[in-house]
Design a protein around this ligand. Structure first.
Ligand SMILES: C=C(O[C@@H]1C=C(C(=O)O)C=C[C@H]1O)C(=O)O
Length: 181
């Protein structure tokens, strides 16, 4: 069952605010998909909750260098390990990025965006921006309800120099699982 996360404007916080237990996950610049596959012994899946042509949020358009009125491909997903949502993610992909090899991004389906990005030799990643959001932003199921703030990040990826913006929010389930492991 989807968490129906509502993405609000990104409120950036300095990375030194990150609690120690989250630093290794939120500051990891490698493939999150690969890390989740490893952490779940391969019991990993992607649930696409939205894929539509929409206007990006103002702060997203500014970061991407797109006119605020242009539409972009908005892809929102939940990344599940052992059938539980561990990460929710939102990607904003401008029309001008979805050309050439990158047209494949339109038809990823339940394949992970990261599996495409980190295979590409033409991929560069920009700096990570860190955010903290209230647990109310997630209509969380009872088994991972928390009063703790949620930590997330966003960064630009560049494919052949063309940008897309990826935002990710990490659920407390990740740490609960790690303490059990
Ligand atoms: C960027 C990555 O791709 C992940 C998968 C996504 C998707 O399938 O839409 C979106 C963001 C990431 O959590 C990664 O694996 O590092």
């Amino acid at each position: 069952m989807s968490l129906n996360h509502r993405w609000h404007a990104f409120r950036r916080v300095p990375s030194f605010y990150l609690p120690n237990e989250w630093r290794s996950w939120v500051l990891d610049r490698g493939s999150l998909t690969q890390r989740l596959i490893h952490a779940s012994n391969g019991d990993f899946s992607v649930r696409v909750t939205r894929q539509q042509w929409l206007q990006p949020k103002r702060d997203e358009a500014l970061l991407l260098g797109c006119p605020i009125t242009t539409h972009a491909l908005i892809r929102e997903v939940e990344l599940l390990c052992h059938g539980e949502v561990w990460v929710v993610a939102r990607s904003v992909i401008p029309f001008t990025t979805l050309q050439g090899e990158e047209r494949q991004l339109k038809v990823l389906g339940n394949r992970s965006l990261g599996s495409f990005l980190f295979k590409s030799r033409a991929m560069k990643r920009g700096p990570l921006q860190i955010t903290q959001t209230s647990p109310e932003s997630l209509a969380m199921q009872t088994d991972n309800r928390t009063d703790e703030p949620l930590w997330g990040r966003r960064s630009l990826f560049f494919l052949h120099g063309k940008p897309l913006l990826v935002s990710e929010l990490f659920l407390p389930t990740i740490l609960n699982h790690e303490t059990k492991a």
